[in-house]
Design a protein around this ligand. Structure first.
Ligand code: HEC
Length: 132
């Protein structure tokens, strides 16, 4: 009997976790469409020589979350090579983004198009911000 209860409980917890992730990806997609798509495009391909692609970017699927969080919050125009290419536009800052917004949009860009990296939690965003 207890075994059954534990089994049902586990399914409920698992279902809840999957739900939260799906919902956060939907939120991330909405943020992407309103705040990123204009430059990075619907397919994440960017604009050659102008706006960096997010699809297939080694940095976007990489492990340097602190850098990604910094870029999304503060904008970016270092004009250094990204996967061997240079981009002339300057990325605008998003100072109004909450940690959860950053986590959701990062989760979206890391798991969309051909990108298959891990999702990012709000706790990871907070930890990344406190790193430096
Ligand atoms: C005004 C255009 C613009 C908007 C809006 C914009 N970006 Fe960018 N983004 C750029 C440009 C241009 C670069 C590259 C800048 C450079 O190389 O100096 C960039 C770079 C990046 C990078 C680094 C890519 C790499 O390979 O290292 C990430 C991540 C990123 N943007 C995510 C986002 C997200 C997420 C949003 C929406 C919240 C967003 N950007 C909105 C123009 C934009």
């Amino acid at each position: 009997m207890n075994y059954i209860k534990i089994l049902i409980g586990s399914f409920l917890i698992l279902g809840f976790a999957v739900n939260v992730t799906a919902q956060d990806l939907a939120k991330g997609k909405k943020i992407y469409e309103t705040r990123c798509l204009v430059c990075h495009q619907a397919d994440g391909g960017g604009v050659p020589n102008m706006n960096a692609p997010l699809d297939g970017s080694s940095n976007v699927v990489g492990n340097d979350l602190a850098r990604l969080v910094r870029i999304i919050k503060g904008g970016y125009s270092e004009k250094i090579a990204l996967d061997g290419m240079y981009y002339s536009n300057a990325m605008t800052a998003n100072p109004d983004f909450k940690d959860a917004d950053i986590a959701n949009v990062l989760s979206y860009i890391r798991t969309s198009w051909s990108n298959k990296a891990t999702v990012v939690t709000e706790a990871q965003v907070i930890a990344a911000k406190n790193k430096k």
